[in-house]
Design a protein around this ligand. Structure first.
Ligand code: FSO
Ligand code: SF4
Length: 523
């Protein structure tokens, strides 16, 4: 049967190779093909702007938001994508309609296997970086080097290169993505303060409430301001959990707790929810009929028939319809009796604030190893590896974690070492930046390289933000990463070999086996 679509950008791709009939994520062929078309139009816009040697603020926004629109679990709405594409074409025509018509864009998925693999790696990395640039831009932060690289990267995707040239480009991209994550860290911490360790309730109070998912702290901040005096509580969901650690968000008394776990459980967890849900970014799943009328989207997220909250030109959003829906639905008649708490807020500033204690504990042998067990969650059963790994890690090891994969084990109480909790939640996926800062600071304290530290990275990946983070780690020369639950389908056997030989990347095996191997590195 002829393929109706081609997409292999995420971990759950069909048969571990590619979605060709329909997306495992629920993306329809029409949407997938429109997203590819949008990428091609963004490439044209990048080529035109580069020819003109200038990039307008409008084009910057279109390129960043357009790429974000094509990420996994973000936008399922053909009309929204067509409308966005119209805006991209208008901008092209403003630069030069005749020139725009002359630009040829390659077939993204066609050609030599290794070249398609390398081209896809760069394109998916750019998509991931676009998400981080989008959040920073929403808070008023941009960086010219990062912006310019979006244009460069998209133009390079459209060119022929040797394998060596592609690898050089991908490593350069890894460096620019580090800058972009640094920019977002600056935007988040300057806007909302440095995260502090915070306990988060998981029970839901009586009365109306709103659940907020995704990663955009600016959206959450605006919603908290607008709900503060309405009697409507706000609960974080999935990647929004770390928001509780930020003093300028936690100051709102109606930021009441966290609802649910990671994104892949939403169809079960939202089924009887007497409250609306706001998706500020991924990971949105096609909703079940039982709650479809309660889902609101904003930013790059869209789904046919769902209510979308648009931003005004100054970025302000009016969440009144969402608040009204919460009041109509009324919430629970009595508080839920879910017990337990999550702890978050161990950003780089909190961890480095106790750096002396950490260094002493390592020197005295009280801490044998740090494991960064971070990344995305997903539906695949093999992901139970990550909970087993954390449970089986030696009692004198510390687990640093970030992103939604932590919901596999953040209910565990593994105790403390010298007053330090054994599991420390450093934040969202973009806070991989913070983990890198901590690793570099430890390496300085021990006068060694990051690869010589008693630190191992066991990463779970799902979508394209994980790709950009991985490329940054490779650019920094970090070796011996364990990656699961499966390796990216877009890495061809030759490119995978290159990564194994040069960076020691390996797929996860069993927790027992991996712990044994990793404990022996740099003892
Ligand atoms: Fe998870 Fe989804 Fe944050 Fe991703 S909610 S899977 S890597 O979007 O971005 O960690
Ligand atoms: Fe398939 Fe993932 Fe692409 Fe969705 S995003 S169509 S699941 S590869």
């Amino acid at each position: 049967m002829d393929a109706k679509m081609f997409c292999f950008q995420c971990q759950q791709t069909a048969g571990g190779s590619a979605c060709i009939n329909t997306g495992v994520c629920g993306k329809q062929p029409s949407t997938s093909n429109l997203q590819d078309e949008l990428v091609c139009e963004l490439i044209k816009l990048a080529e035109l702007s580069k020819n003109e040697n200038k990039h307008s603020a409008v084009a910057d926004r279109l390129i960043i938001d357009g790429l974000f629109t094509t990420l996994t679990n973000v936008n399922f709405d053909d009309n929204a994508i067509k409308e966005f594409m119209g805006r991209v074409k208008n901008e092209q025509n403003k630069i030069s309609r005749p020139e725009a018509e002359k630009i040829q864009v390659i077939d993204l998925w066609d050609g030599d296997t290794d070249i398609v693999s390398l081209r896809s790696t760069l394109l998916f990395g750019l998509k991931g970086m676009a998400a981080y640039a989008h959040h920073a831009m929403n808070l008023g932060y941009t960086d010219n080097e990062v912006l310019k690289w979006f244009y460069k990267g998209l133009c390079e995707v459209n060119r022929e290169h040797s394998v060596t040239e592609w690898i050089e480009l991908i490593m350069e991209f890894g460096q620019v993505n580090f800058k972009c994550m640094e920019l977002l860290d600056k935007a988040n911490t300057e806007s909302f303060g440095n995260p502090v360790p915070t306990r988060v309730n998981v029970d839901i109070k009586k009365g109306p409430f709103i659940v907020v998912s995704g990663h955009d702290l600016n959206d959450l901040s605006q919603l908290l301001e607008q709900t503060e005096k309405t009697g409507v509580n706000v609960y974080t969901h999935c990647e929004m959990l770390p928001a509780h650690g930020y003093p300028e968000l936690n100051k709102y008394h109606n930021l009441a707790g966290n609802f649910g776990t990671a994104w892949q459980s939403q169809r079960v967890e939202f089924a009887d929810l007497p409250a609306p849900v706001l998706f500020t970014t991924n990971c949105l799943m096609p909703p079940a009929a039982s709650y479809a009328d309660r889902v609101f989207t904003t930013g790059p997220v869209a789904y046919p028939g769902m209510m979308h909250v648009e931003a005004a030109p100054d970025g302000g959003k009016d969440f009144e319809p969402l608040i009204q829906r919460a009041l109509e639905l009324g919430g629970y008649a009595a508080a839920t009796d879910t017990t337990g708490t999550f702890t978050t807020g161990f950003g780089h500033s909190a961890v480095l604030g106790v750096a002396d204690t950490v260094v002493d504990a390592v020197k005295q042998g009280a801490i044998s190893r740090f494991f960064l067990v971070g990344g995305c969650d997903g539906a695949r059963p093999g992901r139970s590896y990550f909970r087993d790994f954390v449970q089986q890690a030696p009692d004198d090891s510390i687990i640093l974690t970030l992103a939604c994969g932590k919901f596999r084990f953040n209910d565990l109480d593994l105790g403390t070492i010298g007053g330090l909790p054994r599991i420390m939640d450093m934040g969202q996926c973009n806070d991989a930046y913070g983990a890198i800062r901590v690793a570099v600071a430890l390496a300085e304290a021990f006068d060694c390289g990051v690869n010589d530290l008693p630190l191992s990275m066991v990463l779970s990946w799902y979508e394209q933000k994980a790709v950009c983070i991985l490329l940054t780690l490779l650019h920094l020369g970090i070796k011996n990463i364990r990656l699961g639950p499966s390796l990216p389908a877009f890495l061809s056997p030759n490119i995978l070999n290159f990564l194994v030989e040069n960076y020691g990347i390996a797929p996860i095996t069993t927790p027992e086996e991996d712990i044994k191997t990793l404990m022996n590195y740099n003892k």
